[in-house]
Design a protein around this ligand. Structure first.
Ligand code: ARG
Ligand code: GLU
Length: 716
């Protein structure tokens, strides 16, 4: 029913929520009457003030940005926090060695002393957010187009400087609707965050990259951390004397379980969506961008997998890289399929026709908006060749090989070094040493050689020669790949951790000269310089024009639908997505139920397959049906699906019930719905969450960490 209507009226219903739609990631301070009404109709029992309040404690005080790109939530009055296993993965991996393999065996601190510090990890609490559009745009009216960014920057700077209160807070101003609105976000940053517990990977990442993005799903994707503060409960750098943070608010945990049609709300930090992109952009993503990146990663992943399968050391070293590379790779495949299935280009074109008609109806509009759509035609045609080169550079030169990653760490330093003051040189050197140490911990030369040998020729063969520097072309046309690898890896210091580390004990101009004469360094710098000059500059300048045009276009759309709620694309700021527990029909003849149980884990159990090797302790609990108060009708639920509109960054977000209690932890979306970053389909877009009861069951029964359970407030 809903779907037919959607196809008829096109994008309007995709952008604006209909009575039944679950689309949208709403700004909590702007949850208007319309949203709250709808949420109440869907079963929500609380108020907008309970979600976000300026004056009193609210749910927002229990939700944090976890690390760089995840969400986490407080679940005890002693700073205990839950997020996903894949969000804590780096921390868990960093503490793991072949001897203490926490990835394989899990980790559970028996007391506060055993909780493990993570120097690179921090969490951010949102203190407040404000609409600062007027202040940011002040003085820009009537000014020439190209002087406006500087005005915006200056105004924003003033706002954030003031809001940061001399460094007490971290303040950022972020655009919404492509700069038609601006919001200020003020955060309190906690830097002492310790690892408390993580299940073994065979639970926390059960199904691995095979099941990733898929339903039915059985991943126990959670890990526990604790936020520490100084004696005054304020943020402080790590110190043994710090104490568990006392949060303003934490979530109570509900053991009631999830049932079809139950109201659900996901409260977190979604990273990026692009719902307003025009048809030309969608077509470029579907026809060129996604397929190119998928192809390059196909190659890289198959090479990594082969080596990881052969050697447990390589498996640990490359686990994180593999997961990151494969994650987007798989998502893009679902995205292309989903967009095709939604007939996305057509749907967008239909909407563009409506927009055209709206523009044509009034003289003022004609003056302001009539060039917008033709501009997109021109601009995206100009962008296409650069976009391809941009993707290839990113996938191959920038992120493709370990060799170039190591070079990149030193390349920027080499060009700055002479200009730095001695004390800054020392600081820079220290940071480089640390980054190289981290880099080589996750490096296996033989594996990287294979990746290099496969990816670099792709760069040479697939790209228009005008995007490649002459010396690279000459090298590739006269040297075999094998020879190239041989010379590069044998001669380059960047493939040799011992030599490079030794060289880096100190640094001077003479050493830098040696480094700059290294064959890998020379090749990388040539590719980089050529790219920056001939690709990046053009790409960025066209993209800027596109963004400017999008600003006008979206301003038009906002006018066109005045009075109706419109949500702004995700931008790593706090959002609310509401929906309900429900399964879906991924394809003709298949119906997906809304939940999974441990029975399904046992059906997948296969010791011969790394991703499906169930730990014996879980098998035992299953055979005894020892689920305690966490089970339901003799079964132990594991995951569930709901119709909350989420995206990357929502990992670890609390899934909250009608009463504001925690019922799950969001960690994924269904593959058939991954196009929701560009176009939402209420029939097929589902978020996947861990049932909180499964997390508690693992903590209690498998890990025996009763203290942690006692710390939480569990309600029935
Ligand atoms: N797809 C989820 C997300 O986008 C989970 C990724 C981590 N898991 C994995 N198997 N790679 O982040
Ligand atoms: N796994 C994603 C994350 O890390 C969430 C899944 C999604 O993209 O919706 O944020």
């Amino acid at each position: 029913m809903i779907r037919n209507r959607l196809l008829l009226t096109g994008l309007i219903l995709l952008v604006f929520t209909s009575l039944f739609a679950k689309e949208g990631m709403w700004i909590p301070t702007l949850l208007n009457k319309y949203n709250i009404e709808e949420m109440k109709q869907m079963g929500f029992k609380l108020t907008a003030e309970d979600i976000y309040s300026v004056n009193q404690v609210s749910m927002k005080d229990a939700v944090v940005i976890f690390g760089g790109g995840c969400t986490g939530e407080l679940i005890s009055d002693q700073g205990l926090l839950i997020t996903n296993h894949h969000c804590g993965f780096d921390a868990i991996q960093n503490h793991s060695t072949v001897e203490h393999d926490y990835l394989t065996n899990g980790f559970w601190a028996k007391n506060h002393q055993e909780e493990l510090p993570n120097p690179q990890l921090s969490v951010r609490f949102l203190d407040r957010m404000d609409d600062v559009s007027e202040k940011v745009l002040a003085g820009s009216e009537g000014k020439p187009q190209d002087s406006i960014p500087a005005i915006i920057l200056r105004n924003s700077k003033r706002i954030t400087t003031e809001a940061s209160q001399k460094g007490r807070f971290e303040a950022v101003v972020q655009p919404l609707f492509y700069g038609n609105q601006y919001f200020l976000y003020v955060y309190q940053v906690f830097e002492d965050v310790r690892l408390v517990g993580a299940p073994p990977t065979s639970i926390g990442k059960f199904g691995g990259d095979t099941d990733n993005w898929m339903w039915p799903r059985h991943t126990g994707d959670f890990s526990l951390f604790r936020i520490y503060a100084n004696k005054d409960n304020q943020p402080a750098k790590y110190s043994a004397g710090n104490v568990p943070y006392k949060p303003k608010k934490f979530f109570k945990i509900s053991l009631k379980g999830v049932h079809p049609e139950d109201f659900t709300m996901v409260y977190g930090y979604p990273g990026r969506t692009q719902e307003f992109l025009p048809s030309q952009a969608i077509s470029q993503i579907m026809e060129q961008g996604d397929p190119d990146k998928i192809k390059i990663r196909d190659m890289k992943l198959s090479l990594l997998a082969a080596d990881m399968d052969k050697d447990p050391k390589v498996r640990i070293q490359y686990a994180s890289k593999y997961a990151t590379t494969s994650n987007a790779w798989k998502k893009w495949q679902g995205e292309v399929k989903g967009l095709k299935r939604l007939n996305a280009v057509n749907t967008k074109q239909n909407f563009e026709n409506e927009f055209k008609a709206w523009v044509a109806a009034e003289r003022d509009r004609k003056n302001r908006y009539s060039e917008v759509l033709p501009n997109f035609d021109k601009l995206y045609a100009q962008l296409a060749p650069y976009a391809k080169a941009y993707d290839y550079y990113g996938e191959i030169v920038q992120r493709g090989t370990d060799l170039f990653t190591a070079v990149a760490i030193l390349e920027s330093l080499e060009s700055r070094w002479a200009k730095l003051k001695p004390e800054d040189q020392a600081l820079a050197l220290k940071s480089v040493q640390q980054r190289l140490a981290d880099h080589f911990k996750e490096y296996n030369r033989a594996t990287d050689e294979k990746v290099f040998a496969a990816l670099i020729p792709m760069y040479y063969n697939d790209l228009d020669p005008r995007f490649l520097p002459e010396d690279f072309k000459a090298l590739m046309s006269k040297t075999s790949t094998e020879k190239l690898i041989n010379t590069l890896y044998r001669k380059s210091i960047f493939s040799d951790s011992i030599k490079l580390t030794a060289l880096m004990t100190d640094l001077d101009l003479k050493k830098l000269k040696t480094i700059s004469e290294d064959p890998a360094f020379i090749l990388f710098r040539s590719l980089k310089n050529f790219y920056e000059k001939n690709v990046e500059s053009n790409y960025t300048s066209i993209q800027k024009q596109i963004d400017g045009n999008l600003k006008t276009y979206v301003a038009g759309i906002m006018k066109m639908h005045e009075g109706r709620p419109l949500w702004a694309d995700a931008n790593k700021s706090l959002r609310v997505a509401y929906g309900k527990v429900e399964g879906f029909e991924p394809m003709d003849g298949v119906i997906y139920d809304y939940y999974t149980t441990v029975d399904g884990i046992m059906q997948k159990d296969n010791p011969a397959i790394y991703d499906y090797n169930v730990p014996q302790a879980l098998r035992d609990l299953y055979h005894k049906k020892d689920y305690g108060r966490y089970g339901e009708n003799g079964k132990m639920n594991v995951c569930f699906t709901a119709s909350n509109h989420t995206t990357g960054g929502n990992s670890g977000s609390p899934v909250i019930d009608a009463n504001g209690n925690l019922i799950g932890v969001n960690f994924d979306r269904s593959w058939e719905g991954t196009m929701s970053d560009l176009m939402f389909d209420p029939d097929r877009c589902r978020n996947i969450s861990l049932d909180i009861r499964y997390a508690l069951f693992i903590i209690d029964k498998l890990a025996g960490a009763k203290d942690l359970i006692d710390e939480m407030v569990v309600v029935n």
